[in-house]
Design a protein around this ligand. Structure first.
Ligand SMILES: O=P(O)(O)OC[C@H]1O[C@H](OP(=O)(O)OP(=O)(O)O)[C@H](O)[C@@H]1O
Ligand SMILES: O=c1cc[nH]c(=O)[nH]1
Length: 179
């Protein structure tokens, strides 16, 4: 196995600030907008974006949720590894809200397809956008694209993009892992 760094901590930081800035451009005060991190790894990105909104733009109290999609995946019965469900925590209704899904990597699009189904239990949003740190373009199985994206990555199916977060993995970095 070999790994190559795609983004350093410094580069990630620049991208995170740009993504937060693009959100502010579109959502201004976030009065009617909510952030939903896709479990598990999208929640780290959602927390970082929320911190930047607060620290850089003074936008605090943005509604934040975490959505687990495990049992909404179309391939969950095919999984050969034990399923590990995470917590869904959405303590607000999404009815008529502008929802922003946040995930670290967009690959086939199946996780986001599952999230679109899962979120319906919490109401009918007026719109749903997608923010991702890494878009593995040319790998999609479904017509799903990010509205806000950090970096496009071209990788073959045998490779994996791994996003590390300081609070979980001890460092901020993105790696391309070849098996
Ligand atoms: O567009 P997709 O093909 O659905 O891939 C994207 C998803 O893949 C990753 O999670 P994964 O299910 O690989 O879990 P893990 O890497 O945290 O084990 C990542 O955090 C995204 O949620
Ligand atoms: O490269 C990939 C593909 C799916 N999910 C990841 O986290 N990385």
């Amino acid at each position: 196995m070999s790994q190559k760094m795609l983004l350093s901590s410094k580069e990630m930081n620049i991208i995170l600030h740009r993504l937060a800035c693009q959100l502010v451009e579109n959502h201004t005060t976030f009065e009617n907008s909510v952030l939903i991190g896709i479990q598990p790894r999208g929640t780290f990105l959602a927390n970082r974006i929320a911190s930047i909104l607060k620290e850089e733009y003074g936008i605090s109290g943005v509604k934040m949720g975490q959505l687990d999609i495990t049992f909404y995946r179309d391939d969950f019965r095919r999984s050969d590894k034990p399923l590990e469900a995470n917590k869904t925590h959405i303590d607000f209704v999404v009815e008529d809200k502008r929802v922003i899904f946040i995930d670290d990597v967009l690959y086939t699009g199946r996780s986001i397809r599952a999230a679109l189904t899962a979120v319906q239990s919490f109401g009918r949003p007026s719109e749903i956008e997608l923010l991702t740190l890494i878009d593995r373009r040319f790998s999609r199985h479904l017509p799903i694209q990010p509205d806000y994206n950090g970096r496009q990555v071209d990788a073959i199916n045998e490779e994996k993009v791994k996003v590390n977060w300081k609070e979980n993995d001890g460092e901020d970095a993105v790696y391309l892992i070849s098996k």
